[in-house]
Design a protein around this ligand. Structure first.
Ligand code: FMN
Length: 211
């Protein structure tokens, strides 16, 4: 297959922006998945590609602190016995990265934390390879800890020179049983507004890249 150069792709307008959402919940159809989908549905109408990647429930190791990624600098972690490097590749492909998580014990899930630790350490050791990608947190809580989880995700984006984006409220919704989030009307509205703001920003970035 012939690969178009980025110049040609720009000229024929084929440069499609892409959002990749990582679901940190172990439930592929639970509240977090549904909350992520609300954001993606608001983005879909704008001709932007979207993908959901299941992270929660997978066996992912945290960072060993070996610093090898900073020596080897190949945009990957030296630990190759789980899916983190594949997730890193998907993050590299994306123009916008969504990290979604339910609140577990007052913060994000362990699986998402493992992904953030390892992808983040690799990224910093490879010239801030997520620099200027758009970063979006999506959080679900039953009662407490939503802001801690939201901040944990945003802090990752903020220390990677990524661009974060706001809505009419914090992008977290409230719910316990799957589907409960639909009762949180203000939260759902904030997620839709967030999706529209992401689409707007990505269209501006696309224009800028075409110039
Ligand atoms: C191990 C565990 C810990 C939890 N800790 C909290 C918590 O600290 N605060 C909270 O509000 N909800 C907590 N929850 C509730 C979940 O955040 C909530 O049920 C959420 O809607 C689940 O999302 P999901 O369907 O995407 O998995 C916890 C649930 C589990 C299983």
């Amino acid at each position: 297959m012939q690969v178009l150069s980025s110049e040609v792709a720009k000229a024929v307008g084929m440069m499609k922006m892409k959002v990749v959402a990582f679901n940190g919940s172990p439930h592929p159809n639970g509240n977090t998945a549904q909350a992520i989908q609300v954001v993606l549905d608001a983005i879909h109408g704008f001709g932007i590609g979207t993908e959901v990647v299941q992270v929660g429930g997978k066996k992912l190791y945290g960072c060993m602190g070996c610093y090898q990624c900073r020596k080897i600098k190949n945009r990957h972690c030296v630990m190759n016995d789980d899916e983190v490097n594949g997730f890193i590749d998907k993050m590299l492909e994306a123009d916008c990265i969504i990290f979604g998580s339910p609140v577990y014990s007052g913060n994000i899930t362990a699986a998402l934390k493992a992904l953030i630790e390892r992808s983040g350490f690799v990224a910093k050791g490879n010239d801030f390879m997520f620099r200027r990608k758009v970063g979006v947190p999506v959080v679900v809580a039953t009662k407490a800890g939503g802001l801690f989880a939201h901040a944990a995700i945003n802090l990752m984006f903020g220390t990677h020179q990524m661009v974060t984006i706001g809505s009419s409220y914090w992008s977290f919704v409230v719910g316990q049983e799957p589907g409960d989030i639909w009762k949180d009307e203000e939260g759902i509205k904030a997620l839709r507004t967030l999706g529209e703001n992401v689409a707007w920003l990505l269209s501006k970035i696309k224009e800028e890249k075409r110039r």
